[in-house]
Design a binder for this molecule. Structure first.
Ligand SMILES: [Zn+2]
Ligand SMILES: [Zn+2]
Length: 191
């Protein structure tokens, strides 16, 4: 995706994060243009959604980080913005983490993943009224085998369990004992 940072040419776009208008000030407030595939356009082509830099820093930290690194123009408070981005960057998918809240359910067994539970996160594209939106799908480590089987049946990417576990452990920032727990539970065969 070719995301971009640019001065707002008008004050008409509103931010996807906070819904406020992105103001065009004297020189044009910088905005983050998130490229996405527009399912509603006639040719299914690419479009941009716009964000305040500060809003993108918290909601799209990974996407903004790559773009910000290569943006050579002047950015007000760049250091503060970069720090905000770093504090919100998530690991590359797939990864494991301790659930920060109890809102997500396991895609396989449909049980709630409680706050503090170890969970695996996979990239998933959701259909939303705003078009396809990237998010995460979560599973218990012990549900990994079933998850991979279901993905295969759905015609998704075929992934080997061993490869997935290696990727998870490589991407995650887990506490020492947690990595072993994830590896052990993820090795459980489907029932
Ligand atoms: Zn905003
Ligand atoms: Zn589960």
């Amino acid at each position: 995706m070719a995301h971009k940072i640019e001065p707002a040419p008008t004050g008409r776009a509103s931010c996807r994060g906070c819904k406020q208008t992105i103001a065009k000030i004297a020189k044009g407030e910088l905005r983050f243009g998130e490229e996405f595939q527009n399912a509603y356009s006639e040719d299914g082509g690419m479009s941009f959604r716009y964000w305040h830099l500060a809003c993108a820093a918290t909601k799209l930290a990974n996407e903004l980080r790559a773009t910000l690194t290569s943006y050579e123009g002047e950015v007000a408070d760049r250091a503060a913005l970069e720090a905000l981005v770093e504090s919100h960057v998530r690991p590359e998918f797939p990864y494991a983490e301790r659930a920060p809240n109890g809102r997500a359910k396991c895609r396989v067994c449909d049980q709630t993943l409680k706050k503090g539970d170890l969970r695996l996160a996979f990239e998933r594209v959701f259909e939303s009224p705003m078009g396809p939106t990237k998010g995460a799908a979560y599973t218990h480590p012990r549900c990994l085998t079933s998850y991979l089987e279901r993905e295969r049946e759905r015609g998704g990417k075929s992934m080997q369990r061993g490869d997935v576990v290696r990727a998870v452990l490589g991407n995650s920032k887990l506490a020492a004992g947690d990595a072993e727990t994830v590896a052990r539970e993820a090795a459980v065969a489907a029932t």
